[in-house]
Ligand binder design. Structure first.
Ligand SMILES: [Fe+2]
Ligand SMILES: [Fe+2]
Length: 476
């Protein structure tokens, strides 16, 4: 199926033959643009950015690259093609027909799932809005804006579902998605990690490594859904998400690479004397963003997750893979979780369906471990003995059974006093933030990079190192 790109809203959902939906979306479009101009990237709106735009869902040609001004970006609605033989493949209704419409009895649950996912998309754009002003290079500036416009497109993808399948309620939700604001006191975004400030590029790279990766797992679980339009929307979103995680992971890797290089020549190995970011400081950022991202998976023992699984709304990661998940009903068995009790930890058994948040989180953590291994390869190649680590799932949690307890990054339970005394070795301190901030000076000369980060191995779309990813027109 190819897309119709001559339309106001590029899409492969045959928008032109659905006048009511088309009108609703065209009414929403100017509000979306107002939102973008108000709380999207500050500045740069008149500049031409080398961006890829989704133009179809064909595996070998969905992306078109070219210089565009961000407000002219063509945010479209794309679903992966209908699979003829798809049936429900997990939960109570295995083998049943997938749904093209929302079943009345699941309306509330589906709306909640979609709105929660949708809310994260504009939130991250708001969180990242000032970063352009301190970009370490044109390459990085372009990557930031690529992530931003695609999060905008993800919002479109979810708003399409709300408007098409949830009538007036859906239209109201679509409006509210443009009204809530990341970090706003009275009208914040729904999930906590999406209200945290992202004030520097190290935070941005950690966010795109760990928080966008939560997005990957949430979208993956929804891509298994029996509600077919949701499954097909989220499956296409995953193709874009891969680039966001690439930006994050390679961003941190490039910081580590540069630091490793500087450690060899800096006086007493202290990279802060030569404008580098110490590995311990990078580790503290990792600790912070991993913990905040783990919180996004919700309660370990969750009746909602059981309901979603039973009904076929939300599966496990790669649910269709029979060798990974031989039992798609998950009615038997339990998940054993160590929970805090009387100053120690004790085993708690959670019926499997109620533990689906945890099962998804475990897949996420395995993935994060591999990221850490790849970062450690950078240190290994540099001949250094230092290593990055993934903090324990118990560390610095604000949700779930470990919330508020003084666990160290290695997972041991400390006294409150001991934790407080070590706090600044676990998490970024005010001094850390101030130091990182002092390094954030913009570098916009083609092919040049800030001193705290190594250049990438190769350019976007294999372009040369000095490619002009951003053509400036407006005043910066
Ligand atoms: Fe997204
Ligand atoms: Fe993303």
């Amino acid at each position: 199926m190819s897309a119709v790109n001559s339309e106001k809203i590029p899409n492969n959902v045959d928008l032109s033959s659905n006048k009511k939906l088309q009108r609703a979306l065209e009414e929403w479009q100017p509000n979306y643009l107002d939102w973008w101009m108000e709380v999207g990237p500050e500045g740069f709106q008149q500049d031409e950015i080398y961006l890829r735009t989704a133009v179809s869902v064909d595996t070998d040609g969905w992306a078109k690259f070219g210089h565009v001004k961000m407000p002219d970006y063509r945010w479209g609605i794309f679903l992966t093609p209908v699979q003829k033989e798809r049936t429900i493949h997990f939960g109570d209704q295995i083998g049943g027909k997938i749904w093209d419409e929302v079943p009345g009895e699941l309306r509330k649950e589906l709306r909640r799932l979609i709105v929660t996912q949708a809310d994260t998309e504009p939130a991250s754009v708001e969180q990242q809005r000032l970063l352009g002003k301190t970009c370490p290079s044109l390459y990085d500036l372009r990557n930031l804006f690529q992530v931003n416009v695609e999060e905008g497109r993800h919002l479109w993808a979810m708003v399409y579902l709300l408007m098409q399948y949830f009538g007036k309620d859906g239209r109201e939700e679509a409006q509210d998605l443009l009204i809530r604001r990341s970090g706003h006191q009275d009208s914040p975004r729904i999930l906590e990690a999406f209200n945290k400030p992202i004030d520097d590029w190290l935070a941005f790279f950690c966010f795109t490594t760990f928080t966008d990766r939560d997005g990957k797992y949430q979208l993956g679980a929804l891509a298994e859904s029996a509600f077919d339009p949701l499954a097909r929307s989220t499956r296409f979103m995953l193709t874009e998400e891969a680039h966001h995680m690439f930006v994050g992971e390679t961003g941190v890797a490039r910081v580590i690479e540069r630091t490793a290089e500087l450690m060899k020549t800096a006086p007493e190995g202290d990279v802060t004397k030569v404008g580098g970011i110490p590995l311990e400081l990078v580790q503290r950022y990792v600790n912070e963003w991993l913990a905040a991202s783990l919180d996004l998976f919700g309660g370990e023992d969750s009746s909602n997750s059981a309901t979603y699984f039973a009904a076929g709304l939300k599966g496990r990661w790669d649910e269709a893979n029979d060798s990974k998940w031989p039992d798609h009903k998950a009615l038997d068995g339990s998940y054993t979780l160590e929970v805090p009790k009387d100053g120690g930890l004790t085993d708690h058994h959670i019926p499997l369906r109620r533990a689906m948040n945890l099962v998804l989180r475990d897949c996420y953590v395995d993935d994060c471990k591999k990221v850490i291994e790849r970062w450690n390869k950078v240190l290994e190649r540099a001949g250094l003995a230092e290593r990055m680590t993934l903090p324990s799932e118990r560390f610095n949690r604000h949700q779930g059974v470990y919330a508020g307890l003084p666990f160290a990054p290695d997972g041991t339970l400390l006294s409150r006093e001991a934790w407080d005394a070590k706090r600044d070795t676990f998490l970024p301190s005010a001094k850390d933030y101030a130091y990182v901030k002092s390094l954030m000076v913009p570098v916009v000369e083609p092919g040049k990079f800030a001193g705290w980060i190594a250049p990438p191995k190769k350019g976007i779309n294999n372009l040369p190192g000095d490619f002009v990813y951003v053509k400036f027109h407006g005043a910066q």
